[in-house]
Design a protein around this ligand. Structure first.
Ligand SMILES: N[C@@H](CCC(=O)N[C@@H](CS)C(=O)NCC(=O)O)C(=O)O
Length: 135
């Protein structure tokens, strides 16, 4: 399971068919793939002439073009997008890397930890964030 699951999840949520193209670690560093992803990583996303990378950008793109992932209300939409950024910038890094930038134990800062505990306990932060923030 890699970060492509987020993209697949978004596409499944909005009912869009998609094709998966697997890439080996070696192929990810070759020019053809680097043309799609400047860091030589996955996932990438192609839709006609459009090629995107970064799961947040890809999922946001899907959410903007299909109903169901973002609320219509402007403020609720802004809150959902806020949580999407928080998930990528504040929640994900400690899950994948410790202070030495190696995969390690999850150690959230006290602020993030408290917020996540509150979210778990009463769901107040994500009540109108729909599926996007969860991804
Ligand atoms: N911030 C990127 C992270 C992408 C990423 O780290 N992808 C991993 C797989 S989940 C990867 O390609 N690792 C191989 C490498 O970095 O060479 C995103 O969310 O798309």
């Amino acid at each position: 399971m890699a970060r492509d699951a987020r993209v697949r999840w978004a596409l499944e949520e909005v009912g869009q068919p998609y094709q998966v193209r697997l890439a080996s670690f070696r192929a990810m560093k070759e020019p053809a793939h680097l043309a799609l992803h400047p860091f030589g990583q996955i996932p990438t996303y192609e839709e006609g002439d459009l090629a995107l990378f970064e799961t947040g950008a890809i999922v946001f793109h899907i959410a903007e073009r299909h109903a169901g992932l973002l609320p219509d209300d402007a403020n609720a939409r802004a809150r959902a997008i806020t949580w999407m950024f928080a998930a990528l910038n504040s929640v994900e890094p400690p899950i994948f890397f410790d202070e030495q930038n190696k995969p390690g134990r999850v150690r959230f800062s006290r602020n993030v930890n408290t917020a996540l505990m509150n979210t778990r306990l009463n769901g107040c932060y994500v009540k109108d964030a729909s599926a996007l923030a969860t991804m």
